[in-house]
Ligand binder design. Sequence first.
Ligand SMILES: [Zn+2]
Length: 256
Amino acid sequence: MMLQRKSGLMFMQFPALKAYPELLHGVFTRLGGTSRGAQASLNVSYGVGDGDTQVKQNRRQIAQCLGADRLVFARQRHGRRVWAVRDGAGRQGMSDVAPPIADAMVTDRAGYLLVIQVADCQPVFIFDPHRGVVADIHSGWRGSLKNVIGRTVEVMRREYDCRPANMVATIGPSLGPCCSEFIHYRTEIPPDFWRYKDNRDHFDFWAISKDQLVGAGLSATKVVVSGYCTRCRTDLFYSYRGEGETGRFAAVIGLR
Ligand SMILES: [Zn+2]
């Protein structure tokens, strides 16, 4: 990933997505925002004990940084519901008055920047350059078990006429295999997934996501894993496992 600095913020971009001029995207680090304490400083979530004024200001800064005026947030619930974002969603996205419950968003509309909020869970971007459709997915370990990724590709196929072979996908900063120990995996994780476990009970959820994308029809060569582990890099990102009380960083993608 490439580190970028703009308008006082620091964010990362995938060269594989930056190659498309019609796309806007960025995984924002926690740096450069206005939140203090455990949420310092670019927290975008209203649900983690931060002040509303700070969150609103942080979201505004992100929109400004990307030159966008509409950010679209969902109420994430570790489920597999996909929200097809059409005209009217967002309204600057700053106040977040009860948006739909969803863990993935898809759109073909220009100017609607989809934002997933994470701290260890995987933010997954998908882009189909042929149909001009983007998706932003929140896939934590519960989402992985429910294959919210596969479900999103299905919605892109069915509702947007996309072909998985044309899609490019990226797996953003999240809990890496170095840090995803599941002591209670026998009760929490179905046996189908145990082959992703090493002998220290660490699971490779990046590999699971990659397999789910390929299983949905994407070419393995068009799936990029950032390789940044949030728990190892709390200097850049929030980590729920590493910090407990913390903020959520923003993974943003949309069409210009
Ligand atoms: Zn790690």
